[in-house]
Design a binder for this molecule. Structure first.
Ligand SMILES: NC(=O)c1ccc[n+]([C@@H]2O[C@H](COP(=O)([O-])OP(=O)(O)OC[C@H]3O[C@@H](n4cnc5c(N)ncnc54)[C@H](OP(=O)(O)O)[C@@H]3O)[C@@H](O)[C@H]2O)c1
Length: 280
């Protein structure tokens, strides 16, 4: 009989829709978070990525796991390597949420986690999503509300933003079949948009001016720090706009379609669905 699926970050942007998708497929899910509360009707379990003492009970009765690093953390290798080891020791298949582009250089910490997983001896799938569409609410909405601007150091770079529900659907597919084992997938939306184009879509939907303002790293960091983001995380966020300015995040793949059987969701559709939140 199949074991349970452990979902890390189960109340998060990707985790919550993933829990829902797995339950809809009839899977038994252990929804992990620091609070350990049940999620969408799934059993909850306490898990702290920074506290390996929480790992054994989280992995009990589990044969597959969705592994991710919660937002706000920068130490991908230090924090995720013990999780990969815990899964490997128990023969648990891992679907790892990584980041688009990290395979460009084996010295990148996220790539080192991928390599450790590939060599671990357990079944694995790596998902490398592009920038999330949901960031327009989770990260950039305060700027939209306060000043009608999205002020980021993206230059003229475009990104094929991905809807987190498509990451969740891709992870659900990877967790519930062995067809994709041993492969890495670059998850993108269906088209690349610049921040000015995204701002125009939001502006039209909410009926007030929203403009993209290209800023330098220091301006970006001081705005985030002013909004309460720790400086180390603000600097990390600034650094990951470099690939955007270089044009590397404009790549479009059909990997969501290959994994899920449906096309990736569009940014304009996401904006329309979220207009009440964007206005609120
Ligand atoms: N945003 C992007 O554009 C983007 C693009 C590509 C890749 N990514 C990758 O995606 C990751 C974030 O994914 P996401 O947005 O789905 O995550 P998220 O929503 O930020 O994750 C929050 C979830 O993690 C849990 N959590 C927080 N701290 C924890 C801890 N110390 N130990 C265990 N669980 C903890 C939270 O519950 P509790 O608070 O109750 O513990 C919640 O369930 C990033 O780290 C990045 O690596 C992001």
């Amino acid at each position: 009989m199949a074991g349970k699926i452990l979902v890390l970050g189960a109340t998060g942007n990707v985790g919550r829709p993933l829990v829902k998708a797995l339950l809809a497929r009839g899977e038994a899910v252990k929804a992990a978070s620091r609070s350990g509360k049940p999620v969408e009707g799934a059993e909850g379990v306490v898990f702290d990525v920074a506290d390996p003492l929480t790992f054994p009970s989280a992995f009990e009765d589990v044969d597959r796991a969705f592994v991710m690093l919660p937002g706000g953390y920068t130490e991908a290798k230090a924090l995720l390597s013990p999780v990969i080891e815990a899964a490997a020791t128990r023969g648990v298949k891992v679907v790892l949420q990584s980041v688009l582009g990290v395979d460009a250089d084996d010295s990148i910490p996220y790539r080192q986690v991928e390599i450790a997983l590939e060599r671990s001896g357990v079944r694995w799938v790596v998902l490398r999503p592009n920038w999330f569409t949901d960031n327009f609410i989770n990260y950039w909405k305060p700027g939209i509300d306060a000043a009608g601007v999205i002020a980021v150091p993206a230059g003229e770079g475009k990104s094929s933003f991905i809807d987190t529900r498509d990451i969740a659907d891709s992870a659900a597919a990877a967790l519930t079949t062995d067809r994709f084992d041993g492969k890495a997938f670059n998850l993108t939306g269906p088209e690349a948009l610049g921040y000015a184009e995204a701002a125009a879509l939001i502006s039209e939907a909410i009926g007030k001016p929203v403009a993209y303002q290209a800023v330098d790293d220091d301006t970006f960091v001081s705005t985030l720090v002013g909004a309460g983001v720790p400086e180390v995380y603000a600097r990390f966020l600034a650094s990951i706009f470099y690939p955007v300015r270089e044009g590397w995040t404009a790549v479009v793949t059909d990997d969501v379609q290959r994994l899920t059987g449906h096309p990736a969701r569009r940014v304009d559709a996401w904006v329309k669905e979220n207009v009440a939140i964007l206005k609120g």
